[in-house]
Write a protein that binds this ligand. Structure first.
Ligand code: PBG
Length: 325
């Protein structure tokens, strides 16, 4: 054979492959989600997310310092609210001394450089486990948006760098931006969960926070996985309303959406490699069917290659360690 083009030339050694690699993961690409619970010295494994823990604030601070040492620049906070503090309106979400607000202050003082992102949605605080206020078995939009805006201001006042509304109510990005402006919080960013699908892959997360919906499902606010154009519409609207970063969620079953969003907006795009995606790898590894380290790097590389600038993942720490060598 006399071939003019031999594609294997650029694959023949680790050095040449490293030279021409198009996608390179960095620890700064990762957002590490953290589950925080009351108490001290608490470190409870989440049964459906093996190797991942709910921690009290003291243990969380050590975790944050370790993540920072590995080159990770952001954490995304979720709190497990006590049952007795839950109601229909998310009252506890606005408590200036609530677990979220105390966690933000503690992390910003222990590790000031770390970008603290906070989940903004009512589900952990809701007796119904829904992301919004319930009236007559419906999740009502506009009253929910008012609470989300106040919640965002409360997080910002506690020191959050970026608020991350994950609820999918209409008009919440504009309402949050206006509320931040009215309260002179002009340095707080908004990472909008813009294309968040109603997905079965959130199952293990709902175990972690005990936040499974008490009735029905989330299909009247989260998106239908049949739809792609709608993701672009949602994302463009969030950018117009003032989102600094937009997100696609989940990640691996939605790589086409990540690419299309990346090509449609001029803000950073994040993707959330969710609890069920983590749990699938963990389960296969436990069965001896997958090499975990290889599965982590291949999965996260594919999400970045699809167009994600940032990846929220429960594998942030493992991946950073693998990258750092
Ligand atoms: C709730 C929220 C969910 C996740 C992040 N924020 C669950 C849901 O929408 O039911 C899922 C994260 C994961 O599965 O890793 N507002």
């Amino acid at each position: 054979m006399h071939l003019i083009r031999r594609n294997r030339i650029l694959r023949q050694s680790p050095a040449i492959r490293a030279m021409v690699a198009e996608t390179i993961l960095r620890p700064a690409d990762f957002i590490a989600p953290l589950f925080i619970t009351e108490g001290s010295g608490v470190r409870e494994e989440i049964s459906s997310m093996q190797g991942y823990y709910r921690m009290s604030i003291d243990n969380t601070l050590n975790e944050v310092k370790e993540l920072w040492g590995l080159g990770i620049k952001s954490v995304l906070l979720f709190i497990k609210c006590k049952d007795e503090l839950k109601d229909n309106k998310g009252t506890e979400a606005l408590n200036p001394n609530g677990l979220m607000q105390r966690s933000i202050r503690a992390i910003k003082s222990a590790c000031p450089g770390m970008i603290v992102m906070t989940d903004v949605a009512l589900d952990p605080f809701s007796i119904y486990g829904h992301d919004g206020i319930v009236e007559d078995n419906e999740i009502v939009n506009d009253p929910t948006v008012e609470v989300l805006a106040q919640m965002s201001v409360s997080h910002a006042q506690a020191g959050a760098d970026i608020v991350a509304p994950s609820d999918m109510m209409d008009g919440r990005i504009l309402a949050i931006r206006e509320a931040l402006e009215q309260n002179n919080m002009t340095r707080t960013g908004i990472m909008a969960y813009s294309a968040k699908y109603a997905s079965c892959f959130y199952g293990p997360f709902r175990d972690a926070l005990d936040s499974a919906p008490g009735f029905g499902d989330k299909k009247t606010y989260q998106m239908d996985y049949a739809n792609r154009r709608e993701a672009i519409k949602e994302t463009l609207m969030d950018v117009e309303e003032g989102a600094d970063i937009v997100m696609v969620k989940p990640a691996m079953a939605y790589l086409d959406i990540i690419r299309e969003v990346r090509d449609s907006v001029d803000v950073p795009v994040s993707a959330y490699h969710v609890s069920g995606e983590y749990a699938m790898i963990k389960a296969a590894v436990k069965m001896g069917w997958l090499d975990e380290n290889k599965a982590i790097i291949e999965s996260l590389s594919s999400i970045k290659r699809a167009g994600a600038d940032l990846i929220a993942t429960y594998y942030a720490k493992d991946a950073a360690k693998l990258i750092n060598g």
